[in-house]
Design a protein around this ligand. Sequence first.
Ligand SMILES: C[S@@+](CC[C@H](N)C(=O)[O-])C[C@H]1O[C@@H](n2cnc3c(N)ncnc32)[C@H](O)[C@@H]1O
Length: 304
Amino acid sequence: MPRKKAGISSHAFRVRYLRRSREIYRRFLETKPWIKQMHSTFLGLKPGMKIVDVGCGTGDFTRYLASLISGKCAIIGVDIRAANIRTAEKQTKKEGLAGKITFRKGDAYNIPVEDGWADLVCCRTLLMHLTDPLKAIREMSRVARKGGTVAAFERGRFPDFPIYVPNDERLTKLAIRISESYVDGVRKLERKHFDIGNRLPTIFHEAGLRGIMAEYQADTYLTSDPRRRLEDVRDELVFYLATLKETKNLDVKAMLAGGASRKNVNQYNAWLEKWMKNLLDDNDKLRNDTTFSAGGMVLAAGRK
Ligand SMILES: C[S@@+](CC[C@H](N)C(=O)[O-])C[C@H]1O[C@@H](n2cnc3c(N)ncnc32)[C@H](O)[C@@H]1O
């Protein structure tokens, strides 16, 4: 299920997961070319641009941005973890993009780039992990030139239904309630807003940005979708199942803190585990299952 996981403990598993999920997500996007078009238009990407990607991690989004610009550009990826920067540099060289992208270790609250350098300063799934997102947006704005753009891609929470369990209204409602409790619980326990997307226009405005725009991109999950390779869908389920086992205790703690009852949490987790195992046991079932879920990403941008 497309729920953001807090952490995966086994290093080997994590490395394999990250490498494979990068490849899976890239292919997922290839089935939807309009998303690249949307990102490129929304961010106003053009040859010659100077860009900073804050909280770049291992550089997936940074390289994705470079791939959307034909011709020259200068992109700086910044992340607080030195290990991420090393992996990002290695992968970027491997993909032949080192001429367009460089990386620096640094903090979103103190970005190691001079005032007004960039045409575009952006981040993807960074603000949801920060306890003071407004401070980070102000700092991103400092790095943007006058008239430049600050943009963020973050998960949101919208009143549409994130999941449909075929012909089971009770379970559908339970899954929706549990996912809301999880987001509320993470906010209570860790002061992180996993639904920060909804607040982005407000935060941008508070940071002094103007001409604020917002879009909503929904990623959909349907194991029967023939546009996706069977092995990609299977691998995704294997990873979800493994992360569910590894993070179950932490997730349950958040769900309970967010107001779900233990009985409901147990019911939901038991269903989720059984559903994934059943599909992994039988490819025919997997390719005919119509459990449908979606995860939304808000894109917001404002001008300095
Ligand atoms: C969910 S990952 C997103 C990575 C990347 N933006 C992407 O979309 O693939 C969040 C990243 O933010 C980084 N991060 C967390 N706190 C940070 C901070 N204060 N300053 C800079 N980076 C930070 C983490 O190290 C991690 O790489």
